[in-house]
Design a protein around this ligand. Sequence first.
Ligand code: FRU
Length: 494
Amino acid sequence: MKQMTLAQARLFEKNQESQILPEERPVFHVTPTIGWLNDPNGFSIYQGEYHLFYQYYPYDIHWGPMHWGHLKSKDLIRWERLPAALAPDAVYDAQGVFSGSAIELPDGRQLLMYTGVQGQDNTSACHQTQCIAIGDGINYTKYEHNPVITVDAIPETCYDKDFRDPKIWWEQEEHCYYAVAGVRVADQSGAVALFSSENGLAWKYVNILDYCQNEYGRMWECPDFFEIGDKAFLIISPQEMRAQGLTFHNGNDVVCLMGTYDRKHHQFTREQAGAVDYGLDFYAPQTIKTADGRRVLIAWMQAWETSHLCPQGAKWNGQMTVPRELIFDHGQLLQQPVQELAAYRRHPVVYTEVPFQTRTSLSGVLGRVLDMTVKVRPEQEGSLEHFTIRLTADESHDVSVTYEPARGTVCLDRTNSGFRYNIITKREAPVKDQGGRIDLRIILDRFSIEVFINGGEQVMSACIYTPQEADQIFFEAKGSGWFDVEKYDIVLDS
Ligand code: FRU
C-alpha cells in the first residue's frame, strides 16, 4: 500500500476545505475538515484550551486508512480547525492510526496515545498495539520506542487484532498515569484492560476492569473510565450487541456500566448497566473533566451500519454530538448540553400555557439551528393520549418526537427526513411516569436532532439530511392540557 504522509494530508485538506461552504455544515457540531470523520479522539484540555481530535480520512467521504483530524476550542461550542495531527506513516501504524486519547505532560507538551494498526484488517496478520506521539498542540512526533504496549502484556488474551482505543488519565493522589483499552479474552468477547505508567511512556499491565462474557455484545471498543462522586462509570462501545427491550439495540451500541471502584486493588464492581443514548446515531463517546470539575462527554453522532449512506455529492461525512455534561443525581446519570451553549442563544420566543390542539404552529417558532424546550402539562392524569412535535417540516418532510404517556415512551421518527435508504428510522426511549407531564429539550443543528428528555434522563440523537428549507415546527396533541415553549436560535457570529 502507498504510504500516506501527514504532509500530503495537510496539503490536501488545506486545498479542499474551502470546497465546503459554511452553510453546508452544522453551525456548532464538529465535522471533518474534509472527507470522513468517526470517533472523537484525544478529547482533552491543553494549555487552557479544549482539544478534540477525530478518526479522519480526508481523501474520501468513506472510511479509509485512519488519520487524526484536529480542532481546538475555548468553550466547546466554537471550534477552530487545526491541521491534521497524525497520519498512518509508521511501520506499526501503516494500516491506520486508530482511536485514542490525549493529556498534557508536566513539561508543557501534549501526549497522544493511540492504537497503531499494522497488517491486513481482519486477518491473522493484523496487529493492534498502543503507541504514543508527543507535540506542542499542532505538530506531533511519534515516539521512537513505539509501540509502548502490545497484547503480550495482558495474560488474559492473545488476540492482537482486537486491542485498541486507549483512554489515558492522570491520578493526582497516586502520581501516576492510567489507561484503559478494549481487548478480547478467551471466550472471544470483550474486556477492558487497565494499565499504569509513571511517565506516560513506559506502561505496565494492571488487570482487567470488567469482562463482557458475551453479555453486552462481543468486542468492547472505546472504553472510558471515570468517577463522579462515589460512583465509578465504565462507558464502553460494544460491537454485535443483542437488543434488550428499549434499552439496548442490535449492532454497535453504547453501554454505561455503573459501579464502585476500589482504588487500592483496582477492582471495579459493576452494579448496573444502562443505555447512554436511545437515538439512532451515537457511538464511541469520550469524556473529559473540565477545570471547574464537570464531566463532559462527546460522541460520534452516527451509526456504523448506516455511515456509508450519505447524501449524493456530500463533501463531508460524520459529525459529533453537542458536548454534554454528565450529572449524577439520585442514582441516575443525566446528560445536558454543556452550559456554554447558553451564551449563543439568540432571539428568544416564549409561549406559556398554549392549549393542546390537534395541530398548531406558533409564530416565531421555526428554524433549523435552535435550542427549544417544550413542557407538556396535561389537564389531569390520563387526559393526554399523545403529544407530537414535528420539526424540520414542509409539505413532504418532517422529523417527529412523540410522547405517549400510556406507553411511557418517547419516539423519535425520521422516516420523512429525506433519507432515501432502507434504514432504521425510528427508535423509542422509555420515560418515567409523571402523570403525563414531560419536558423535552430539542437541539437542532441543520443535519441533526438531539432530544434531552426530563432534564437529560434519556437522550435521543440522530442525523437528518432534510432539505434546509424544511424549517417549520408543528405541535400536535390528542387530549386536554397545555404546553410551554421556550425557543432560541443558536447563532455563532455575533
Ligand atoms: C470505533 C472504532 C474503534 C477504532 C476506530 C477505527 O468506532 O472501531 O475501535 O479505533 O473506530 O476508526
